[in-house]
Ligand binder design. Structure first.
Ligand code: GAR
Length: 203
């Protein structure tokens, strides 16, 4: 099967959506073979345990440099012959150790319509700015902060009277639909990358 690793630091609602889709046979045959987390106490780690998914959990503070733990992660990925790395709320920048090795095979989901509102708290940033439409972006990962080529986007409206919670809920719903779709395209071999131009081939 097509083998994916999910990197996550938090709740893991995207991890769960991908896992559920995979186990229902709905991820183009893709299987989650590893969770990588930099937060031993994160709920996502417990989700992986409950589901019987292997987890590589580490403490960044235990390493002198990012490259050192990334080399260990790379070894875990290689051992499992991972085809696609899926960042889902992994709140750390990656170095060339992983970015170069998985160029074109590593994706991230971000809760805004990039290039608007990169970085932390994108949902809060969009609300603060007063935009009427925001959304969700899936992009290839490069060395920058949310700067890689865009693979797919979904627009999400801000509604009159929206509270931060209701907007977050709508964004997370959009993520749950978009991310499994994009992973399916990768698993089906339908993604073509030419520089910043990413296209989905029809089957
Ligand atoms: C998601 O909304 C994701 O888009 C965001 O973190 C959340 C993780 O939720 N990622 C970023 O902000 C990356 N800059 P989850 O742990 O429930 O999947």
């Amino acid at each position: 099967p097509y083998r994916i690793a999910v990197f996550a630091s938090g709740q893991g609602s995207n991890f769960q959506a991908l896992l559920d889709a995979s186990r229902a046979g709905g991820l183009g045959g893709a299987e989650i073979v590893l969770l990588v987390s930099d937060k031993p106490q994160a709920p996502v780690v417990e989700r992986a345990r409950t589901a019987g998914v292997d987890a590589f959990v580490f403490q960044p503070k235990a390493y002198a440099r990012r490259e050192d733990y990334e080399a260990e992660i790379a070894a875990e990925l290689e051992e499992r012959q991972v085809d696609l790395v899926v960042l889902a709320g992994y709140m750390r920048l990656l170095t060339a150790v992983l970015v170069d090795r998985y160029a074109g095979r590593m994706i991230n989901i971000h809760p805004s319509l990039l290039p608007a509102f990169p970085g932390k708290d994108a949902i809060g940033q969009a609300r603060e700015y007063g935009v009427k439409v925001t959304g969700v972006t899936v992009h290839l990962v490069d060395g920058g902060m949310d700067t890689g080529a865009v693979v797919a986007q979904t627009a999400v409206p801000l509604l009159p009277g929206d509270r931060i919670e209701s907007l977050e809920e709508r964004i997370h719903q959009a993520e749950k639909e978009l991310y499994p779709q994009v992973v399916t395209w990768f698993a089906e071999g339908r993604i073509a990358v030419e520089g910043r131009k990413v296209t989905v081939k029809s089957v």
